[in-house]
Design a binder for this molecule. Sequence first.
Ligand code: MSP
Length: 650
Amino acid sequence: MSYYVTTPIYYVNGEAHIGHAYTTFIADMLARYKRLCGEEVYFLTGTDEHGQKIEESARKFGKPTQQFADEISALFRNLWDEFGISYDQFIRTTDKNHMAGVQKAFETMYAKGDIYKGNYEGHYCVSCETFFPETQLIDGEFCPDCGRSTSIVKEESYFFKLSAYEQKLLEYYDAHPDFILPKSRRNEVINFVKGGLNDLSVTRTSFSWGVPLPESLGDNKHVMYVWLDALLNYITALGYGRDEEKMRYWPAQMQLVGKDILRFHAIYWPAFLMSLGRPLPKHIGAHGWWTRDGEKMSKSKGNVVSPKEVADAYGLENLRYFMMREVPFGQDGDFSQRAFIDRINSDLSNDLGNLLNRIIGMSGKYSDFVIDSKDVLNYHASEMAEVEAVLDGVERYLDEVQTHRFLEELWKLFTIGNKAIEAHAPWVKMKEGKTDEALAVVALVANILAKASVLLHPFMPKTTATIADALGFNIDTKAYTDLVKNGTLLPTFTIKKIPPLFPRIEAPLMEQAPDAQPNEPEAAKPAPEKQKASQPSEKEQDNLITIDQFFKTELKIGTIVEAEEVPKSKKLLKLQVDVGEASPRQVVAGIKEFYSADSLVGTQVCVVANLKPAKLMGMLSEGMLLAAKDDEGLCLMRPESPRKAGSSVG
Ligand code: MSP
């Protein structure tokens, strides 16, 4: 059986961060696991290099676009190589073969009547490579996803008949309940499709850094929309439309994505494949987002966690373990050094590392490091039955990418081992002259460690190889079959004395995240309306926060002491708001359509008081007003009765 696993291809507009590393670690772990099981694995990763965003980034750096893409793509590839990521192919969307494959796919869809020519006009966010309807823009201008300024783009465009696939997609989700993993994400996709799909604009004329249309169309004004180009990488990598020998790996068993790009993969991608008459991937696995110390990572805040920095400080395999153990697949996770250190000290050092040290120590004392499994079943049949039960049940978690559950279950083996040592106290048995019994406990634990190492191998390849070496075997498919599947015990061997694998860590090894820097503009922002767009835009995020995160927001009652219109702005008013400090704060708010400046003076409002100051139309804004918005307009949130300026809200 073959197993094709993919990561998203990463944009070449910045270096890899731990979010990218996380997907790549999971894909690498699955690839290694399936190889261990004896399956024929193909693991694809790579970089996404076309589109206006990349073109603009290159311009900012004053570099030719291709050179810029080459450099950043190499950074990704070098990092994965340094991390020992076991990919079989690293694809780049600027590869000639890929581009030819995309053109071939376009031609096929066009010939089928699934692509037609029309016109598109809309507000375009370059950063998100997406059109947004006016109703969704903030202050009529800013992108509801990233907050950056949008521009109006009107262009002739080719459209993909996505609407024609609505029904077929719904039928597919229905017939394949585990197509989207975790299953909890399935409904949001289904509801989106049920809400109606508009045809998708799949070409652009406003820039040229993209795959040209196939020559057969005789239309060289257009380049392909970056998402059409990018999604097709998963089959062009296998030689789609060229030499299709590797297409035997298709359909992919597992396509890993972040939740923000699930919709592209669970709606647009399957529709493209249906149009091409190709089978759909077996699973799309969507993971959550990583934050740092509870905050969203962003370049402007300067708090992006560099995977290289963390791996250098704490060890690559510790990082792999932490990320895959800490967070249930699909949920958001927080990177904090405290949580990381706790995992290393408790799971790796205390549970796993100590167990190994203990049997090295005991076998050294009792049997000159020789370990023999001959009496394990005589004295420890019940413990071995428990071990077998864990081994029987644990692997299914990997089929659903439940990495944290898998590791949690696997760790039960170490509990069995530790309990056996406590219960049978080999040192007492030795004193009582029951040498066989004492050595049987040591051998039981050695076997537990051996079996656990095999299954832990995909997560921590080097560390487990070291453990296996100490226990006198190699981790490979044979070891997997014997030790995990067939219940075989280790032959007699001499354990190697190795230094502790997981020294305890007492204090953080990296500097804390720098304080956030001034960021995107903020003003009274009506909440963006729910997205319902024809464009694949929605880099989705869960909106659940913890109470601690909520209390990070300082809300205060403020009294507006001055208010004036901002000339030339349809939306903005400039306010001076007393929030109980030495002098009033200046807040620039997008409420002019709903309130006159005069009517506000002397009234009270609710102010977000600890926002980083930002500039709006060149004016400093030192806070944000809370407001509610519906079809009837916007209304400010105010105290029911007057409060002292500066009173806290919450
Ligand atoms: N190029 C597109 C993907 C095209 S796939 C045909 C893209 N690139 S990206 O570089 O912006 O993001 C790549 C992946 O990184 C996405 O799956 C995204 O979810 C993930 N992450 C980006 N930031 C992240 C976190 N903070 N945490 C976890 N993953 C995050 O989108």
